[in-house]
Design a protein around this ligand. Structure first.
Ligand code: GAR
Length: 195
């Protein structure tokens, strides 16, 4: 019984999760990083943290189903029970969704349903909202549409730019995500009913 984290980029949330998972009361280990982007910084972080990684480049597969089947085979071999998306910039397809129904969660840097998809921070700045935030949600077939588990607001201050707002949002993410994942794996969050 263990967790795989999926990430495509820098991996600061991956690192926060791995560090939190080393506390004594953390019940399910993070056993694998799955990454879809050769050269992503998260791969270096995994190596430093001693977490095995699986790099699968979707460009090497003719379909999303084949790409995900390759990942699924490894997840099964490792006995992975839950998937935690942390900056994984790709829609999860039916192969993984069917195998892990309601056992996949994602973090998104906005108060969903506002600003789904890519560049949520840029979208919030362009719109001129005074508050944005962070959402953790179960993953379904849509883009950032699954049932919401937790949200926390972040104020957009006068003079905030992409860099400063990203810093504030990520500070919240690095605290919120490990605590929500701990609640989830400890059985304190129920899977969505009737969906
Ligand atoms: C995080 O802010 C995460 O919320 C966001 O990507 C960033 C990854 O940062 N995810 C999305 O936008 C998903 N739609 P990290 O690689 O440093 O953890």
């Amino acid at each position: 019984m263990s967790i795989a984290v999926f990430a495509s980029g820098s991996g600061s949330n991956f690192q926060a999760l791995v560090e939190a998972s080393r506390a004594e009361d953390w019940p399910e280990p993070i056993r694998l990083l799955v990454c879809d982007r050769p050269g992503a910084r998260v791969l270096e972080r995994a190596e430093k943290l001693g977490v095995p990684s699986l790099l699968v480049d979707p460009k090497e597969f003719s379909s999303k189903a084949d790409y995900e089947a390759e990942i699924l085979a490894r997840l099964r071999r490792e006995g992975i029970r839950r998937l935690v998306l942390a900056g994984y910039m790709r829609l999860i397809g039916p192969t993984l969704l069917d195998a892990y129904r309601w056992r996949i969660v994602n973090i998104h840097p906005s108060l969903l349903p506002a600003f789904p998809g890519k560049d949520a921070v840029g979208q919030a700045l362009d719109y001129g909202v005074k508050w944005t935030g962070v959402t953790v949600h179960f993953v379904d077939e849509g883009m950032d549409t699954g049932p919401i588990i937790a949200q926390e607001p972040v104020r957009v201050d006068e003079g905030d730019d992409r860099a400063s707002l990203t810093r504030k949002i990520q500070a919240v993410e690095h605290r919120l995500y490990p605590s929500v994942i701990l609640d989830w794996i400890s059985g304190r969050i129920k899977e969505p009913a009737g969906r």
